[in-house]
Design a protein around this ligand. Structure first.
Ligand code: SAH
Length: 258
């Protein structure tokens, strides 16, 4: 039987802050004592991840925090063992229920955008809301970049899969919730950042309402003609400012639970 070592990312000082607490303390990134461990699936995963990170950097990801986080999270633990040998390729992979784990380059891209939020630049990423937990991979990456991660999944079996996948990582700052992400999660608001891993036709009002002033929302969204584009919305004291970036391909954002 394969041993599943605990993920060495139990962070000092990452105890849960009561939801709704106003403090937005800076996360001391880079000071976290995380050593990647080479484990299982017939590959030296630390070395393969290092190569993936080199490719991400060559592809334009510049944030050292994001590159470090991508190098630390063992992506092969989030996919079926039969797909383990593809885990560090820049490709999305099936996770069951017709859903996919996002490809590393888009996870890195979106995380880098989140770090560009005004509040993140001044005080670090505080609370982050993720819509679409899927297998939990992106939530694990976010846990290394934000103080608290609230993540919502509408498909119960995937919510449970994410819980199983994340358990050995022992990430005290990741809060997994089962529910319809279109409604956001008011108890954790306001959020420094909101990130959606599924694309709809419009941005739910709840997301804008639950975003902090100085916060940033990053989401795939269908524009005229049905093309899905990556959308960035920044909230300031003067209102919301929207930027449409590059085309993307995400699974659909659906309402209700399944
Ligand atoms: N974050 C994942 C990506 C999962 S795919 C990763 O790390 O790779 C997107 C997920 O969004 C799917 O699991 C899908 O079930 C979920 N989803 C779609 N609409 C949703 C909604 N309204 N609320 C919560 N989750 C939703």
């Amino acid at each position: 039987m394969q041993r599943r070592p605990g993920f060495p990312a139990k962070l000092p000082g990452s105890a849960t802050t009561p939801a709704g607490a106003p403090s937005q303390r800076s996360a001391v990134l880079g000071a976290r004592p995380i050593a990647a461990m080479a484990v299982g699936v017939g590959l030296d995963s630390a070395a393969v991840r290092a190569r993936m990170v080199q490719k991400l950097a060559a592809g334009g990801v510049t944030s050292p925090q994001v590159l470090q986080a991508m190098g630390q999270v063992e992506r092969h633990r989030f996919v079926d063992s039969a797909l383990g040998n593809q885990a560090y390729e820049d490709t999305s992979l099936p996770i069951g229920m017709g859903q996919t784990i996002s490809k590393p380059s888009i996870v890195a891209r979106m995380c880098e955008l989140l770090l560009g939020a005004e509040v993140a630049r001044t005080a670090g990423l505080g609370r982050v809301l993720e819509i679409g937990t899927g297998c939990g991979y992106q939530a694990a990456v976010l846990s290394l970049l934000a103080r608290e991660v609230y993540t919502l999944e509408r498909v119960r079996s995937l919510h449970e899969k994410a819980r199983d996948n994340l358990r050995p990582f022992r990430l005290a700052n990741v809060h997994l919730m089962f529910g319809d992400g279109m409604l956001g999660y008011p108890s954790g608001a306001p959020y420094s950042a909101i990130i959606a891993a599924a694309g709809g036709d419009s941005v739910p009002q709840a997301w804008c309402d639950q975003l902090a002033v100085g916060g940033r929302l990053v989401a795939p969204m269908a524009v005229a003609g049905g093309q899905q584009m990556l959308l960035v919305i920044d909230k300031s004291a003067h209102g919301l400012k929207q930027n449409v970036l590059e085309p993307v391909h995400f699974v659909p954002l659906k309402s209700g639970i399944a």
